[in-house]
Design a protein around this ligand. Structure first.
Ligand code: C2O
Ligand code: CU
Length: 454
């Protein structure tokens, strides 16, 4: 390793451009802003008015942040909204102080104020950032964006596209976001669903592609509650990463890709059809176009060879199950569940419908205190009539499958109604880490807990 580290000022001065030298002091002290602000976006089809959204830097979704693995993300979050906010960097195994959870890892940033985020990105992969202050409302209004950490040795593809899947609940007359965020029906059932479903801020996204072109598609489910069930048409290939983390080897894309809120999947696919699309299963049990690809020309005459595995991220070792401390968390509440009505009635007065480990969050005390480095197995008992997308901050985990086999590393796990799921991880990241349902109405209505690693 080279030990000589020139300062940024010296490097810039060495470039010999006086304008750059004059800016050097500025660049050293002020990180690039990431500004939460109101903006207008054409979400709905042409002919409908634009929708007022809350955005990062005026765009919907927010700017795609891309950086190389092992480097630092430095952004000055500037809050130009008239409500407090904060930014969470979903899936990054981050320094706790930078995790962005208002009330747990930092104070919410008041209107007009700012907060400097500065952290290392240890893992390559597809991540995203979103508001973590009153997220049920703020994420639904548009405060999210993609965060891509590039491998030092990236796979050979022709194009790399982020596809942020989302839905919006709009007034059909005005195309404005429906403001009733605390609807008891949403809180106690499946959450807040949009009536307009789209990608990258548009209701119908169409891209162009060439025959035999190889695409890396980074799918992110940014919706508040919707579970996307997807299939490919005219595209064939492999899934190579889940929730940012590379799979040990590329796997053929499954017939149906299930993407719960906050989950990501990285695909490497070849354009094999005369037209291509990603299709979504609707409530009507029909397949609808989610993203279209207009195919013209060809990138090559034949398909390429199968891709190699993505390089592993650091620290992907399986936790030691034999040594692991076992804990349990029951998920209760919601409509049609088994929680006694007498208990539910008391909670509803505070707008709560769900509990994690017997408590409706946010809670004062951690659900568990773990020693740093300790392997843990956490059994989540979903004793409700709904599916829940359980997300742990700060550390990825693996699902414990039959015969003690371990699933891929993830940060968000879809738990089935009435089923038990066990996850295992090494508690190797110190701090206060939220554990919550990523159906954001559920999180707001009680499904928010946390663990402490010290
Ligand atoms: Cu996407 Cu608590 O996070
Ligand atoms: Cu939930």
């Amino acid at each position: 390793m080279q030990s000589f580290q020139p300062t940024r000022r010296a490097v810039l001065a060495g470039m010999g451009a006086s304008a750059l030298t004059a800016r050097a002091g500025f660049a050293e002290t002020v990180p690039i802003p990431l500004t939460a602000q109101r903006a207008m976006a054409q979400i709905a089809p042409e002919g409908y008015p634009q929708t007022e959204v809350w955005s990062y830097d005026g765009t919907l979704p927010g700017p795609e942040l891309r950086l190389s693995q092992g480097t630092r993300l430095q952004r000055r979050f500037v809050n130009q909204l008239d409500v407090p906010s904060s930014v969470h960097w979903h899936g990054i195994r981050i320094d706790n102080a930078m995790d962005g959870v208002a009330g747990l890892t930092q104070d919410a940033v008041p209107p007009g104020a700012s907060f400097d985020y500065d952290f290392l990105v240890p893992d390559a992969g597809t991540y995203w950032y979103h508001a973590h202050t009153n997220s049920m409302e703020q994420v639904a209004r548009g405060l999210s964006g993609a965060l891509v950490v590039e491998e030092r040795d990236a796979p050979d593809v022709d194009r790399d596209e982020v596809l942020m899947l989302d839905d919006w609940l709009l007034d059909p007359e005005t195309a404005q976001i429906a403001p009733d965020f605390n609807h008891p029906m949403d809180l106690s059932h499946g959450g807040r669903f949009g009536n307009l479903i789209g990608t990258n801020g548009h209701y119908a996204l169409t891209l162009t592609a060439k025959r035999n072109e190889r695409l890396r598609l980074r799918l992110i489910n940014a919706a508040n509650a919707r579970i996307f069930v997807l299939r490919l048409a005219g595209l064939s290939g492999w899934q190579v990463a889940l929730d940012g983390m590379p799979l040990p080897a590329p796997e053929p894309v499954p017939q149906e890709i299930v993407l719960a809120p906050a989950q990501r999947v990285d695909l490497i696919v070849d354009v094999t059809g005369k037209a291509a699309a990603i299709e979504r299963l609707g409530n009507d049990q029909e397949w609808h176009r989610q993203v279209g690809f207009e195919v013209s020309g060809q990138a090559s005459r034949t398909r390429r060879a199968a891709p190699a595995s993505l390089p592993a991220n650091p620290n992907m070792d399986a936790p030691d199950l034999a040594q692991a401390r076992a804990i349990e968390m029951t998920i209760e509440g919601g409509a049609m569940g088994r929680m006694p009505m007498s208990r539910m009635r008391g909670m509803m007065q505070d707008g709560k419908f769900w509990t994690l480990g017997g408590q409706a969050g946010p809670v004062e005390a951690p659900f568990a205190r773990l020693s740093q480095g300790e392997p843990v197995r956490l059994r989540m008992i979903n004793d409700t009539a709904f599916l829940h997308a359980m997300h742990l901050h700060g550390m990825h985990f693996r699902e414990v499958l039959a015969e003690g086999r371990l699933g891929p590393m993830r940060d968000t796990l879809l738990t089935d109604a009435g089923a038990n799921h066990e996850i295992a991880f090494a508690a190797d990241n110190p701090g206060k880490w939220l554990l919550h349902c990523h159906m954001l109405a559920h999180a707001a209505a009680g499904m928010t807990s946390w663990i402490e690693v010290a």
